[in-house]
Design a protein around this ligand. Structure first.
Ligand code: ASP
Length: 342
């Protein structure tokens, strides 16, 4: 049987960082071939290609670079790769994974990995993460799952994954959906079969600026109004609890929603927005009446990317609630009766 091929590209991040006296700390320097060379036995698993795409701290990645990564990954799959792996900084993985997942239409997996410890530190996690990422990429069980994040021998779906700790090796969690699986003795084991996911239309214009404005104690959301003057074309409000804001903020939202799409998400880090529970001024029921869209299960950071992608695809404003209903709600599972084994 021929060996699977896996394409690996490096974008920078801690996994690639070595010390620089001039910079006063570590900076991205190693490229994909050097990362591959640091993992004993990696080349025995698959035919690997390794390419440097960027050399950036992940805070400075943007949609332009991610669209280049997407085109690169699609080219590799079209060329016969079993899967593709991107190495990048962990700071923005919860966003980059979701962004790429909006567009990833192949059954083959696109895996993102990185590291919390630099390559020269004791117990560096980069090599183990890259090994696990390739093990996940070549496994048939990883197909039809979209973009996956593999860190610390855990597999997360792009839709749920969150960076939950600033420095811990066990930083990635999926607070709502739970992890997709674990890597056990060199192979992924998944907790659930794959589920279908919606795909976004390709951008037909540059990505708009979409603001995320938190609801805060003793604050009336003036920043959301100021965002319009700064050229923002849509607003995500990271609301209290199940999607709530103060009385004053609610009035701003009513005025803003007449001009730009306004989406209400929850700032809590887990859980869905409500839709028919609270009726006070500034509640989810009130904000929906004032013209805002409730994000349901999408966290503010992911809601912002979806909103940007919808606008970049030329989606008319009145179709935005329908799109959020598609991404924000969970697929309804139907129980199929299984015949008892004969
Ligand atoms: N701390 C980051 C990392 O884990 C730096 C980055 O995101 O580039 O890679």
């Amino acid at each position: 049987m021929s060996r699977p091929s896996v394409a690996i590209a490096s974008l920078g991040g801690t996994i690639s960082m070595t010390p620089s006296d001039a910079a006063g700390g570590v900076v991205p320097r190693l490229d994909a071939s050097q990362l591959v060379a640091a993992v004993p036995g990696l080349g025995t698993l698959a035919d690997l290609t390794a390419e440097p795409l960027f050399q950036l701290p992940s805070a400075s990645l943007g949609t332009a670079q991610l669209l280049e990564c997407l085109a690169w990954a699609e080219g590799k799959i079209a060329g016969g790769a079993r899967g593709v792996v991107l190495t990048q900084g962990t700071d923005t993985i919860e966003e980059t994974a979701f962004f790429l997942d909006l567009y990833w239409r192949y059954p083959e997996p696109l895996i993102i990995t990185g590291a919390m410890r630099t390559p020269l530190s004791v117990g560096a996690d980069g090599p183990a993460n890259l090994l696990a990422a390739v093990q996940v990429a070549i496994d048939d069980q990883s197909r039809e799952r979209g973009v996956l994040v593999v860190m610390n021998d855990t597999v997360h779906r792009a839709r749920w994954v969150c960076k939950s700790d600033s420095l811990s090796v066990q930083t990635f969690t999926s607070p709502d959906g739970g992890p997709a699986g674990r890597v056990v003795e060199g192979r992924p084991e998944y907790f659930h079969p794959p589920v279908g996911r919606p795909l976004a239309s390709r951008p037909v214009r540059t990505f708009p600026k979409v603001a995320v404005v938190p609801a805060l104690l003793d604050d009336d959301g003036d920043l959301a109004v100021a965002a319009l003057d700064l050229g923002y074309e849509a607003i995500v409000v990271a609301g209290f609890g199940a999607g709530h804001v103060s009385f004053g903020f609610a009035e701003h939202i009513e005025r803003l929603a007449k001009v730009v799409p306004v989406v209400i998400a929850s700032r809590t880090g887990a859980g869905s927005t409500a839709s028919r529970t609270y009726g006070f001024a500034g509640s989810e029921v009130d904000l929906a009446r004032r013209g805002a869209t409730l994000s349901k299960w999408l966290h503010p950071l992911k809601a912002r990317l979806l909103l940007g992608a919808l606008l970049a695809a030329g989606t008319p404003h009145q179709q935005i609630p329908e799109a959020f209903a598609k991404w924000g709600t969970l697929p309804r599972h139907s129980l199929t009766n299984q015949q008892p084994a004969p």
